[in-house]
Design a protein around this ligand. Structure first.
Ligand SMILES: [Mg+2]
Length: 304
């Protein structure tokens, strides 16, 4: 499998100027200069847990496996450079499956200038396991962390939230361009990508920043898919609840001082809509304000 796949990949792969040595040797070589730091992230997807092969086109799985990594690089405001791909393939139809996975990955890699610089491919008795590690270069502003939110900072979010299970959880656009533009032109205090759901990821961020947050329920941008789910399913879950708790939106959530948030909203430096959905507080915990008052907000997002 390995040699045939490497030959095929060498023909297909775009090579970034900073890749000094691509697939084919024992390891790849990447130029990191001028940055002194490299941002690294890994994600693992397992058949039966994260997806079912008889329900999903493998190309969409391949795309998603790379896209979730790019979303994590975006959350750190790092420019994606390269990725390595590890595949454990089932005995039956493994090579065909590998090609399909790569067929989904390659257009996204091309779109974001990411070189797939290597990987490892094995066959085994089990079903598909797919792991991608991505490497990125921070902007001159440095990596954007979860720990910098300050009481009084406003909460900005890209796009709209909820109902990604209807399809967006596969076909989302990682907010790489937005993160790089915002982090290089404005002073961002903290950021996270919404993989586990707004209420859960916001809890992660306030925990790292030692503060709390208050969301304004009427400002939450609710995705059309969240409204559709609320109507379709008779589980008593409102569109707002889907927007608050559904996972895999892969939008960016940012902590920004009020004057800077206002500047961003006035100047509209990115095409994707940005919405101010609340404020960070000195008091710990999560709260939501609606027309009846302020209520504690439970984190009910995706549990890994
Ligand atoms: Mg993340």
């Amino acid at each position: 499998v390995e040699l045939e796949l490497i030959d095929w990949l060498r023909q297909e792969l775009p090579q970034h100027a900073d890749v000094l040595l691509g697939p084919g040797d024992d390891a790849a070589v990447l130029r990191l200069a001028p940055s002194p730091a490299c941002v690294v992230t890994v994600d693992l997807l397992t058949e039966g847990v994260d997806f079912l092969l008889d329900e999903v086109d493998p190309a969409r799985i391949g795309r998603k496996a790379l896209a979730v990594n790019l979303s994590d690089l975006a959350a750190m405001a790092a420019e994606p450079l390269a990725a390595v791909v590890a595949l454990a393939l089932p005995e039956e139809g493994g090579m065909q499956l590998a090609r399909q996975l790569y067929a989904g990955m390659l257009p996204l890699a091309q779109q974001y200038g990411v070189s797939i610089i290597g990987g490892d491919t094995n066959r085994w008795q089990g079903s598909l396991v797919l792991s991608i590690t991505a490497l990125g270069r921070p902007t001159v502003a440095g990596p954007l962390r979860r720990s910098g939110a300050q009481p009084g900072d406003e909460i900005l979010v890209t796009g709209s939230l909820g109902g990604s299970i209807l399809g967006r959880h596969f076909d989302f656009e990682p907010r790489v361009a937005e993160a790089l533009i915002l982090n290089s032109r404005y002073q961002l205090h903290a950021g996270i990508d919404l993989s586990d759901g707004l209420s859960t990821d916001l809890a992660h961020l306030v925990q790292e920043s030692n503060c709390g947050a208050l969301l304004w329920s009427e400002q939450i941008p609710i995705a059309a898919a969240a409204r559709q789910l609320a109507v379709q399913h008779d589980d008593g879950c409102s569109a707002l609840e889907h927007a608050l708790h559904d996972g895999e939106d892969f939008e960016l959530l940012l902590a920004v001082a009020p004057h800077e948030a206002q500047r961003i909203l006035d100047e509209k430096p990115v095409e994707v809509p940005l919405t101010r959905i609340g404020v960070f507080t000195a008091a710990p915990g999560l709260w939501i304000q609606d027309h009846t008052g302020q209520h504690p907000l439970e984190s009910k997002g995706w549990e890994h």
